[in-house]
Design a binder for this molecule. Structure first.
Ligand code: SF4
Length: 283
């Protein structure tokens, strides 16, 4: 299939799926809410609100499985991803769950991966290409990513983006746990978009969930989560590239904190082209 024909097919499929999603009771097409620059204190969320959000999430994921034959969910085992894994397992949804083991994760993340795979659903683990890693480390050193942004991006490409491309190669729909609140870069991300780099439709069902809602669902349903979240790590990536955030710092301020650039992305979730269709909802 030619590239332009493939993109047209993706656009048509995205539009059809977005129509299905809009039949979920409270969903409307709207602009995303502005993202707060920091995590706010926990507020009391009504039980009915919480139940409605969880029910809508279950409905949307069921629709995804009806509409697409091969649905894949990438988890980094963060708070949001644990909510999605729990809901997928609870509803026995035919969604493949996978994660990327960069080889540099926190020990707490490896323990959570093991426990989550046993308690909820097996998680397939994708690894970087051995030759690529060996060449990088031989040339730039084991922590070469701290010497320049270009070397950091190269490390992220080898350890994350290349394995992600492999993981998504057979999928029709890619589900992620990103939220608008997480960073300025994610503040305008829609719930549905085409991820051109991976030639796939990307569905972000938690895009408008708040941190409080996510955390409350985790606590209410006693979902397994990374203990680092209780120690100042709202966002958890590779160990050498993540530190705890200080009070009032943005959620992703602890990622690659030594870089002067304000962008806190590794390239997995690049923004959509402004000309491509994207759908935002109030899920
Ligand atoms: S987060 Fe750091 S260690 Fe992990 S892949 Fe990126 S640069 Fe490499």
């Amino acid at each position: 299939m030619s590239s332009s024909h493939h993109i047209t097919t993706l656009k048509n499929s995205l539009i059809e799926f977005s129509k299905e999603l809009q039949t979920t009771s409270t969903q409307v097409i709207s602009s995303p809410r502005p993202a707060p620059q920091r995590l706010s204190a926990t507020t009391k969320i009504k039980d009915s609100t919480l139940r409605r959000k969880v029910t809508e999430l279950e409905t949307d994921l069921n629709k995804a499985c009806t509409h697409f034959k091969k649905v894949a969910f990438s988890t980094s085992l963060g708070l949001e991803d644990q909510v999605l894994t729990y809901i997928i397992a609870k509803n026995n949804l035919p969604i493949d769950i996978f994660t990327l083991d960069t080889g540099r994760l926190f020990k707490e993340t490896y323990e959570l991966l093991h426990e989550t795979s046993h308690k909820y659903k097996p998680i397939r683990v994708y690894y970087p290409n051995t030759e690529e890693i060996e060449t990088y480390v031989t040339t730039h050193g084991i922590n070469g990513f701290k010497e320049a942004i270009s070397l950091r991006k190269k490390c992220c490409a080898i350890r994350k983006i290349h394995p992600l491309k492999r993981a998504l190669s057979q999928a029709e729909l890619w589900i992620t746990g990103i939220r608008n609140e997480q960073s300025p870069e994610r503040s305008t991300a829609p719930s549905l978009e085409i991820a051109h780099e991976y030639r796939i439709i990307k569905f972000n069902p938690l895009i408008h969930w708040s941190y409080e809602e996510t955390r409350t669902v985790v606590k209410t349903y006693k979902i397994l989560y990374n203990p680092l979240h209780d120690n100042g790590f709202p966002s958890i990536g590779c160990a050498p590239c993540t530190r705890a955030v200080k009070p009032n710092e943005p959620a992703r301020a602890g990622r690659w904190w030594w870089e002067l650039s304000t962008t806190r992305e590794c390239g997995l979730h690049t923004s959509s082209s402004p000309t491509q269709p994207s759908i935002s909802s109030t899920t």
